[in-house]
Design a protein around this ligand. Sequence first.
Ligand code: SAM
Length: 221
Amino acid sequence: ESTVDWRAVDEYFASTLLQEDGALVAARNAGLATTMPNAEVAANQGAFLKLLAQISGARRVLEFGTLAGYSTIWLARAVGEQGQVVTLELEPENAAIAEENFLAAGVAHRIETIIGPATESAERLINDATEAFDFVFIDADKPNNPAYLAAALRLTCPGAIIVIDNVVRDGAVAEAASADPRVQGVRRVAEDIAAHPELDGTALQTVGEKGWDGLIIARRH
Ligand code: SAM
């Protein structure tokens, strides 16, 4: 039986397969100076988001939860020179750190960071009749997942991809009676996706340096 662990496997694949350059490493390290250290996606998950966005041909990405902009940089690279990422962040200090990282990564011109509660920022985007997004990454405060899905549905067209992070939570998602509002936020958003006639969705469990967690991936048809 192998004696290596999930972290070692993540490190192996990250060092073998991924193109995590200095700007991404700096953005990951900058996460330590934010209000939520170590809350960014793992490198292989960032690369997965980039591939998903590219596979779907995404040009306009909406992100809930910026932190230091680590996932945002992966997504900004996915959309290419003609693309745009709008990222929503509650904490001004996190947004300031992220914007430095966007400049260092050479993608600041493709990214708009909106500071404030994401429900309010999304409401403004809806009221402003913002051009539709084709890829949405939901990774902010988990109790608000259902509200973020509802906003995403008002800001996307058929064909859009919606990805939701941290949906397994060490298995806690399977506990129907959980008192954790983050778990209930995941369970409710999963039910909302299941009930929505225009959404096909699935969930993938992940293990790695971030422990046992997972992603919901949904497509609007
Ligand atoms: N997507 C980032 C990445 O992978 O690099 C990680 C985001 S971190 C898990 C969650 C972020 O959501 C934090 O920066 C936190 O400040 C932000 N956040 C929490 N509540 C929020 C709210 N109500 N509106 C917008 N952002 C919020």
